[in-house]
Design a protein around this ligand. Structure first.
Ligand SMILES: Nc1ncnc2c1ncn2[C@@H]1O[C@H](COP(=O)(O)OP(=O)(O)OP(=O)(O)O)[C@@H](O)[C@H]1O
Ligand SMILES: [Mg+2]
Length: 289
């Protein structure tokens, strides 16, 4: 079963500041919902409402038709809504496998086991990461020595492994170069293919466009629209496509990863993106002539 979150006319005020003003959106399993907007647009506030950190002052959020009233992030997590923040809540000096199981220590028959299951835990991390195309050479490696993209991917893999059905990612690619962003974007597509609802927050349309199914654009707390990819108006689209070189590099990177890993599905995604980009380029050129 896939999940649906309906954000219905949410407002949030901080004193005189209106952080969110009547925002509505629908987030569904098997789709990537992108929330785009400049600094201060209200993106993080929206996430914090969905993940149980804040309560809205007005409006309601429904999960599968039922009104959500989370009193804490733990509450949200128990309902399968996992949020990966930029600081990731990982411990850099701790090993990859310990970070993966942090707060979810392996147990045997409801009893936490120390030595018995460590090998299993290490194997699990390596396997889970391998499934997503990332080779962890040594699960004892410290998280602080992973690349930014690998670290983000580990956090996402952890959320998926422990049963997240709604995955909220706050600017997961913000600090990353093209190559590393490619790793995270690939992960986003895979989570979506597993049926998760992915909410991808970014202010980089070049990162959002290749993976997004629809786009919620926030401006000063107001949603300027919720566009499906196929109906995104040309001018908004071209606005989003500004700086297309970035996107081209990214597509090449995705293609390269697909060729390297031989993952048919991923190759398909990359080729789909290429076709889409070529299409858009064609439209763009036609428009300018
Ligand atoms: N706890 C808070 N107290 C007071 N004002 C806040 C608080 N959190 C957010 N705001 C204000 O609400 C508005 C929206 O902030 P928010 O963090 O949601 O923006 P954002 O879109 O995530 O921006 P950025 O891209 O910089 O992360 C801003 O004007 C911000 O100053
Ligand atoms: Mg923010």
């Amino acid at each position: 079963m896939t999940d649906t979150i309906e954000v219905d006319s949410i407002s949030k005020y901080f004193g005189q500041v209106t952080a969110l003003d009547g925002v509505s959106a629908t987030i569904t399993g098997g789709e990537v919902t992108c929330v785009l907007g400049d600094n201060g647009a209200g993106k993080s506030t929206l996430i914090k409402i969905l993940s149980g950190v804040f309560r809205p002052d007005e409006g309601v959020v429904r999960l599968n038709g039922e009104r959500m009233k989370f009193s804490s992030p733990r509450d949200a997590l128990a309902r399968g809504i996992a949020t990966v923040y930029q600081d990731l809540a990982m411990i850099p000096l701790m090993s990859v496998w310990r970070n993966f199981f942090l707060g979810n220590e392996p147990v045997r028959g409801l009893v936490p086991v120390r030595n018995l299951s460590v090998d299993w835990a290490k194997r699990t991390v390596v396997d889970e990461m391998a499934k997503m195309g990332i080779t962890i050479r040594d699960p004892e490696q410290r998280v602080g020595t992973l690349s930014g993209g690998e670290r983000q991917s580990l956090a996402i893999a952890r959320a998926v492994y422990f049963g997240a059905r709604v995955l909220i990612l706050d600017e997961p690619t913000a600090a990353l170069g093209v190559k590393q962003a490619g790793i995270v974007l690939r992960y986003i597509v895979m989570a979506k293919k597993r049926g998760l609802a992915v909410l991808f927050i970014t202010h980089n349309p070049n990162h959002a466009y290749p993976v997004g199914d629809h786009f919620v654009i926030l401006r000063r707390g107001r949603a300027e629209g919720d566009f499906r990819k196929e109906e995104l108006p040309l001018d908004s689209l071209m606005q989003m496509m500004a700086g297309g070189e970035d996107l081209r590099d990214l597509v090449e990177e995705l293609e390269r990863i697909a060729a390297e890993t031989g993952e048919a599905e991923l190759a398909e995604t990359a080729h789909g993106i290429v076709a889409e980009v070529e299409d858009l380029r064609g439209i763009g050129r036609g428009d300018q002539r």
